[in-house]
Ligand binder design. Structure first.
Ligand SMILES: CC(C)(COP(=O)(O)OP(=O)(O)OC[C@H]1O[C@@H](n2cnc3c(N)ncnc32)[C@H](O)[C@@H]1OP(=O)(O)O)[C@@H](O)C(=O)NCCC(=O)NCCS
Length: 436
């Protein structure tokens, strides 16, 4: 058993009695309530999921295993000469709750690097897709083809005990996490860089470094990849992608089914796809300006036009956050250091000056501040990834770190099949006295 798996098992054994006790002794205690607007309005804020991997405070932003993002970036180990930490270190942290020491990160790197093999049929499936396909559809299908490799599926057919489900789920999750960046890079080269040919993974490089290498990108893109995957890793369990993964896996579907579903959820423009929408929307502004740099007044006009057309301003607002997303701030700091004079960064910075006031005046969005997606495309564009359809694939690789760690813990703690209750409209009208 790998050192990480051994530690994880210790943590699982420590944790299990807490969940058992809560269910047994406190199962009837009320921790929330559901209003009519929550039932109709997407269950916003309903306390009905449990995860110890991350927590999203509306004012502070995300914490992974109790650490804020700046703390995560400061405390996790980094490759020699790199500014950003190992993604493998985050994997260790999310699974165990502990920051890995030097020996632990070394062992995790070796283990994950050894899992970077992709069966030929995955490349064949990707190659068979028409080149006009959206990269998210290809990613979802590629992950799905890997399902035949599921250890959990084999072990389940053998009739293993529920207490052991976590073990093969951990194997599946670690395998998929190690392979996904390779699949992402292959999709990029197939769609946008066909002349480049396929680069085989370099086992001397960590996940972020190898991803940059396979994408054909020089330094500091390895750090960009690490930063990007780390900030996108998790945002509690209730967001569409994480929740979809959890929901599908609650039926004991293996991590390949669950991750493919999570990717499909992330592909919506109100969720992960918003990062490409920001760039598409900004291009619309540039076209309107006919090459002229937009003034603050031009921007205000464009924002109002979008709102008056009944559309949302992509990259702004959030279902939980009520301040500027720290993931936006981290990318902004990176831009200030590496690309302070980039025109696109200038445009996005100017938007930050006009959008919040307009959204407040518009009076609908509960959070007028930018989220992670407002800034993501700027960094990618600067390093030559201008095909913005691809941005959500990058988001998916990052999000898999959190979703897959959650799935391992779901199995470890025996979380139940999800099955909330629905009511009819007439029933609700009856319950609240709204019947005429
Ligand atoms: C993220 C998002 C889906 C959250 O939705 P939510 O929880 O329903 O947000 P709110 O409660 O603030 O929404 C209340 C109203 O404000 C609107 N609103 C929210 N964000 C808005 C935005 N950026 N631009 C315009 N209107 C917005 C909503 O569409 C909703 O309108 P409705 O009453 O006509 O349905 C929403 O803010 C949004 O669509 N943002 C743009 C897309 C985006 O950046 N997504 C990535 C999120 S990480």
């Amino acid at each position: 058993m790998s050192a990480l798996k051994e530690k994880l098992y210790e943590k699982i054994q420590e944790h299990r009695p807490r969940t058992t006790r809560l269910l047994k002794e406190f199962g009837d205690k009320v921790i929330g309530e559901v209003t009519v607007s929550q039932a109709i309005g997407g269950m916003r804020g309903v306390k009905s999921l449990v995860t110890d991997i991350s927590y999203l405070d509306p004012m502070e932003g995300i914490r992974y295993r109790g650490y804020t993002l700046p703390e995560v970036f400061e405390k996790l180990p980094k490759p020699a000469g790199a500014e950003m930490p190992y993604v493998e270190g985050l994997w260790y942290l999310l699974l165990t709750g502990d920051i890995p020491n030097e020996k632990e990160i070394e062992a995790t790197l070796v283990d994950m690097t050894n899992r970077r093999t992709i069966p030929r049929y995955v490349w064949d499936v990707i190659d068979a897709f028409p080149s006009e396909s959206h990269p998210m559809a290809i990613l979802s299908a590629a992950v799905m083809t890997l399902q035949r490799e599921s250890r959990f599926n084999i072990e389940y057919q053998r009739g293993i005990s529920k207490m052991d489900y976590w073990d093969s789920t951990y194997e599946d999750a670690t395998n998929l996490m190690s392979k996904m960046p390779l699949i992402g890079a292959y999709i990029y080269n197939k769609l946008y860089n066909p002349g480049a040919g396929h680069r085989y993974p370099d086992s001397s490089l960590d996940l972020g470094g190898n991803f940059a290498y396979m994408m054909g990108k020089d330094k500091p893109y390895d750090d960009v990849a690490r930063m990007y995957f780390i900030i996108h890793a998790d945002h509690e369990s209730g967001n569409v992608s994480a929740h979809t993964g959890h929901l599908v896996a609650s039926a004991l579907s293996d991590v390949y089914y669950a991750t493919s579903a999570m990717i499909n959820g992330l592909a919506g423009p109100l969720h992960g796809l918003a990062n490409q929408e920001v760039l598409r929307w900004l291009q619309g502004l540039n076209e309107q300006m006919g090459g002229k740099v937009p003034s603050t007044e031009d921007m205000k006009k464009y924002v109002w036009e979008t709102l008056n057309n009944g559309q949302v301003i992509p990259g702004y607002g959030h279902a939980v956050l009520r301040k500027t997303d720290p993931r936006y701030a981290i990318q902004r700091d990176f831009c200030l250091k590496y690309l302070p004079n980039d025109p696109l960064f200038g445009l996005v910075s100017k938007l930050y000056e006009v959008v919040p006031d307009i959204l407040r005046e518009h009076g609908k969005a509960k959070n007028p501040w930018p989220n992670v997606d407002a800034q993501s495309g700027v960094v990618q564009w600067f390093y030559g990834i201008e095909e913005y359809d691809f941005y959500t694939v990058l988001f998916s690789i990052g999000r898999a770190v959190g979703v897959l760690s959650n799935l391992v813990w779901d199995r470890a703690l025996g979380y139940s099949l999800e099955r909330p209750k629905s009511l009819t409209t007439a029933m609700i009208e009856d319950m609240v006295g709204a019947k005429k």
